[in-house]
Each structure stands twice: as structure tokens, then as C-alpha cells.
Design a protein around this ligand. Structure first.
Ligand SMILES: Nc1ncnc2c1ncn2[C@@H]1O[C@H](COP(=O)(O)OP(=O)(O)OP(=O)(O)O)[C@@H](O)[C@H]1O
Length: 586
């Protein structure tokens, strides 16, 4: 059985815990902080944080406590810079205005759900990040406590001086809770400022915190040391009953169980966080004394915090993607499997029709079916798959593990071999079974167009996956496919499309794909053999004229597809960027 005891020396990334540069310590202050959220169209807004102030000092482990909905997570989001919209008020770092670029290098944010790559082993994560003590367990199989400690250890790689943790003890048993909090206490006492939200700690857990910040309905009820909480309450004539856990009692007060007037009394006494005497820290200035015209905090230079190069980031991401692919081959097999099964089925259905003067219409249907297979399967796969990646990406990117650009490049590179091989297998089977002309250049054109269609559909899948939830994406995806079909020239030919809707044919990449496939198969083809008495379309040109499909536009179509690919890939990147900035979780 694996050890769950972090105090086991074998498991401690000792070197990373050490922080001896006193000048890097961070005192975080916030003053008159408001956070307002919109409740949706026509429903107004809600003040989640209301004019609160506070100080979080170095060498301190701080608990933000309060009833559910009090605003604890929101306060962490705002202070860490995870959330910027709807925020008013001052946040300062060592007395100077917080500058997000440098602050994000000094800090990390560990969210409630441990967003770990499920298929990697602890060994691989730790060694990639420069640690050699390891356990050969996939992170998906770690216990809650192990996951939490691993999340903390991963963030320690950058040696952050400020750590924000949202409910690090949720879901842990009491022994894991106390291991987790004592680890945080150890880290705090090495000079860090550690702030975490916690629901209702036991009395012994509560005592492990140095400071506590209590919220109720977006206001501050108490800020000070844990040991000063009872004297503070006594001063307000709210004595904590003997043998009662002070943490439980203060939450009861915050919930209004002892009367709403008690909340107002506490807010008034603590001046909504302005009063700092209960912290017991002698070297703090009162918040109101703070110089409001402060300069932005010093920007860390490259020597202060080591950032790995883009090349190294790319290397790690490619390696990680490769491992994921190997560890979870089901999807890869499924993709190959679908290509093989669909090509065999279509091949059987349209067996040896490619050279038959009487079956030219069927062959045209086949070409369209091939396109529909490539577009439909690729689009839906990415609409379903991509959102799952985004939640891990959001966390890792926010904590500066890698840049979005590098992530996107790695994602694109990783998929190319599978896409190309899948496409090639499909083309070989369908091309041979359906008896298309056995000429290398036609086959190459056919496969290349299929490949471009897959790549474009993949970008479209990224765009939809980046912007919509899986459910909404599943609704939007098929609608887009129907629109593309309408304007592809199949069914209603391009000549008959009303003038006012012609723009649709210009943007439908399905139209360019169909035109190009038709050109690849029929350009410069002579009379087709006729195996019946009369073949109406034995001259391909006659049929193509009827369905309004020119064959002389192959290169123009390829150009249009390449432009579409470029635009959709860039658009997908920006969608993803907007999504990461908006940080909407799906
Ligand atoms: N983006 C948002 N839109 C609407 N309401 C929001 C939004 N963010 C927060 N809220 C509301 O603000 C209040 C505080 O939310 P927050 O998640 O900060 O509470 P909390 O104290 O962390 O609660 P819990 O302990 O249950 O996690 C809640 O009532 C929540 O519904």
C-alpha cells in the first residue's frame, strides 16, 4: 500500500520547500473591495463582496471561513487575479498596487477540484518537473489526500510566495485533512503567505491556522489570529460556550443563528476588515494609513523566477500528449476503427461503380457521403472531447505552467499523425473497393482533399468545443453541418441557389471539398464504359454540367480550403484564448 503520510521523508520534495529570501515575502492587502456579478439578462446584479478590507501577511497560514455562499471562493478568485470582471477596490502587494503579470509569477492558485492529467503517473509528473522522489501510480488512482498533496507539490515547483487554495480539505478524512493543513502550515512558516478557504474545521484543525478571516454575505465579521477569536467574541458579549468548537460557534453566528444583529455588531467592530489589531501582528500598518497613491509593485525579472523555455514547454506537452495517447488508446483505436468500418460499408454499397458510365450519379453520391463522414465524425469528436481538456488547461495556464500558444501548437501537432493515418486508411479502402481510376495523381488529390476536410472540421470542432458546453455543442454542431450541406451544391445545385443566398456557397467548405473531389475523379476523363444498352451519363462532362460542378477549379478549391483551414485554426486559437480569459467552466 502506498504511503499517505507526507511526513515520510521519502515523499517530501524537501529542496522545493526551502525559501530563504526574506525580501521575496509578500504582504497582501485589499481595501474597500467590491465584487459584483451579473445575474443574467434583465435580472440585475448581485454584490458578492461588499466593501471588505483585509491583510494577509507572510509567514501566516490564513483560513477564510464562512457559511456557504458567503463569498469565500469569490474572494480567492479576486485576490489571486483569477477573476477581474466586476471587481472594484484596491489590492496591494507589499504596499504597492498589485501588478498581475508579476503577481502571477509569485503566486499559485489550487482550486477545489484537483485538475490532474488522469493518465500520467506521479513519477512522470514529478520527474518532468525536476523531482526524483516518486511513486509509480497514475494520478487518476490516487486518493483524495494524495491528489491534493500532489497538486500542492506541483505548484511548489515554481516556489510561489503566495498560495491560494480553495477548500483544500474538502472530501478528505480527518487524518488526510490534518496532513494537508500541517503541510500548508510548514510551507507558510517558511515565509510564504498561504490563504485557503475552509468550510467548518474541527477544533484541532482550526488551531493549526495562524489567522482567520470570516465572511458572511460578502462582509467581514472577523479578521485576526485564531487565538484572538474568543477574546474578540467575548468583547462583543458573544461568549463561545465552554467545550464548543470556536469555529462552529463563529459559523453559527455568521449564519445568523444567534440573530442578524450579531452579524452587524461583528462587522461594525472589525470595521468590515479595516481593523487589524486582532491579527496580533506588530509590524503591520493600519489599512487606512496605507498610501493610496502607491506605485505598482516591482516587476520580477527573469532571474527572480525561472520560466521554462517555449521549446521545453512544447517538448513536455508533446511527451505528455504522447503518453496520454498510449495510455488511453481506446479513442485512437475507435478513430481508426470508424474509418475502416465506414470505408468497408461504403465500399460494399458502392462496389466497383467508379468506372461505370451508368453509375456516375451513384459515384457522385459516394463522394458526398465520403465528405459527410469526414466532416461529421471529426466535428462531433472534437466538440465532445475538447471541453474536457479546457478545465485542465485553464488551471495549468493560470498557474503559468505553459503558454496557451505552446499548448495549442502541441495539440495541433499531436493529432496530425492519427488524422493522417486514419485518412489514408479510409482513402485506400474506399478508392480501391469502389473502383476509382487507378492513377497516382488522382488518388493523391483525393486523399489530400479528404485530409484537408478532416483538418478543417477539426478546427470547427475546436471552435465549438472552446465556446460551448458539451450539451450545447452537440446541438450547434449538427446545425452547422446541415447549413454546410445546404450550400455545398449537393441536392440543390450551385446554379439554382437564389442570388441572395450565394454568400453561403462562398463560405461552405463542403462545397469546395465536393468540387475538388469531383475534379480529382472526373477531370480529363474520357467516355466511361457502358455495361447496359444505354448510359445517359457516359460522358462525365455532361453529368457535371447538369449538377453544375466544374472540374477546372481544383487548385482554386484547394486554395479556398487552405485559407479556410488557416482562418478556422486562428479563430479556434482566439476562441480558446477568450474562453481562458473569461474562465467560464463547463
Ligand atoms: N458568476 C456568478 N454569477 C452569479 N452568482 C455568483 C457568481 N459568482 C458567485 N456568485 C454568488 O455569490 C455568492 C458567493 O459565492 P462563492 O462561491 O464565493 O461562495 P462560497 O462562500 O465560496 O460558497 P461555498 O462554501 O458554498 O463554496 C453565492 O451566492 C453565489 O451564488
Amino acid at each position: 500500500m502506498e504511503s499517505t503520510n507526507f511526513s515520510n521523508k521519502e515523499c517530501q520534495p524537501q529542496g522545493l520547500f526551502i525559501k530563504d529570501r526574506q525580501q521575496d515575502q509578500v504582504e497582501l492587502r485589499f481595501n474597500n473591495l467590491y465584487y459584483t456579478v451579473s445575474l443574467g439578462f434583465g435580472k440585475g446584479t448581485k454584490n458578492v463582496l461588499k466593501d471588505i478590507s483585509g491583510i494577509f501577511a507572510p509567514n501566516q497560514l490564513v483560513a477564510i471561513m464562512g457559511p456557504s455562499g458567503a463569498g469565500k471562493s469569490s474572494l480567492l478568485d479576486v485576490l489571486s487575479g483569477y477573476n477581474l470582471t466586476g471587481v472594484r477596490g484596491n489590492v496591494t502587494v507589499n504596499g504597492a498596487e498589485r501588478r498581475l503579470d508579476s503577481f502571477r509569477r509569485q503566486s499559485c492558485y489550487i482550486q477545489q477540484d484537483d485538475r490532474l492529467q488522469p493518465l500520467l503517473t506521479v513519477h512522470e509528473i514529478l520527474s518532468t518537473l525536476g523531482l526524483d522522489k516518486c511513486v509509480a501510480t497514475r494520478t487518476a488512482r490516487l486518493s483524495g489526500g494524495q491528489k491534493k498533496r500532489l497538486s500542492i507539490a506541483l505548484e511548489l515547483i515554481n516556489n510561489p510566495m503566495v498560495m491560494f487554495l480553495d477548500e483544500p480539505t474538502t472530501g478528505l478524512d480527518s487524518s488526510s485533512c490534518s496532513q494537508c493543513i500541517s503541510l500548508l502550515r510548514l510551507l507558510a512558516h517558511q515565509g510564504r503567505t498561504i490563504i485557503c478557504t475552509i468550510h467548518q474545521p474541527s477544533a484541532s484543525l482550526f488551531q493549526m491556522f495562524d489567522q482567520v478571516y470570516i465572511l458572511a454575505q460578502g462582509t467581514c465579521l472577523y479578521q485576526g489570529s485564531t487565538s484572538n477569536l474568543i477574546p474578540f467574541l467575548s468583547k462583543l458579549e458573544l461568549p463561545c460556550p465552554i467545550y464548543h468548537n470556536p469555529a462552529d460557534f463563529v459559523i453559527e453566528l455568521a449564519c445568523g443563528d444567534h440573530g442578524k444583529d450579531k452579524i452587524d455588531k461583528m462587522v461594525k467592530e472589525i470595521d468590515n476588515g479595516q481593523c487589524i489589531i486582532w491579527t496580533g501582528l506588530s509590524n503591520l500598518r493600519a489599512i487606512s494609513d496605507r498610501n493610496s497613491g502607491t506605485k505598482p509593485s516591482k516587476t520580477l525579472n527573469k532571474c527572480d523566477v525561472h520560466e521554462t523555455s517555449s521549446r521545453n514547454q512544447l517538448k513536455c506537452l508533446l511527451h505528455r500528449g504522447y503518453l496520454k495517447c498510449i495510455r488511453d488508446p481506446d479513442l485512437t483505436y475507435l478513430r481508426f476503427g470508424v474509418n475502416i468500418v465506414v470505408s468497408l460499408l461504403l465500399g460494399t454499397l458502392f462496389l466497383q461503380i467508379g468506372d461505370d458510365g451508368n453509375k456516375i450519379f451513384d459515384n457522385y453520391n459516394l463522394l458526398f457521403s465520403i465528405l459527410m463522414h469526414h466532416v461529421g465524425s471529426t466535428l462531433m469528436l472534437n466538440i465532445i472531447n475538447f471541453p474536457a481538456e479546457i478545465s485542465i488547461l485553464t488551471k495549468e495556464h493560470f498557474n503559468r505552467w505553459y503558454s496557451l500558444k505552446t499548448y495549442y501548437i502541441a495539440t495541433n501537432i499531436l493529432d496530425i499523425p492519427i488524422t493522417t493515418l486514419g485518412c489514408l486508411i479510409f482513402s485506400v479502402i474506399i478508392y480501391v473497393m469502389t473502383g476509382q481510376p487507378l492513377e497516382w495523381d488522382r488518388f493523391a488529390m483525393f486523399t489530400f482533399i479528404s485530409w484537408l476536410m478532416v483538418l478543417i472540421s477539426q478546427s470547427l470542432g475546436f471552435i465549438i468545443g472552446a465556446w460551448f458546453s458539451v450539451i450545447n455543442g452537440n446541438f450547434v454542431g449538427p446545425i452547422i453541418v446541415v447549413l454546410l450541406m445546404m450550400f455545398s451544391g449537393f441536392g440543390v445545385n450551385l446554379r439554382d441557389i437564389p442570388h441572395m443566398l450565394k454568400w453561403g456557397t462562398e463560405i461552405s467548405f463542403l462545397r469546395y471539398g465536393l468540387e475538388a473531389l469531383v475534379a480529382a475523379i472526373y477531370d480529363k476523363r474520357g467516355i466511361l464504359p457502358c455495361y447496359t444498352l444505354y448510359c445517359h451519363y457516359k460522358y462525365p462532362a455532361k453529368f457535371l454540367e447538369e449538377v453544375a460542378m466544374p472540374t477546372d477549379k481544383f487548385y482554386a478549391d484547394v486554395f479556398a480550403l487552405l485559407i479556410t483551414l488557416l482562418i478556422t485554426r486562428v479563430a479556434a486559437y482566439f476562441m480558446l484564448r477568450m474562453r481562458i480569459k473569461a474562465r467560464v467552466s463547463i
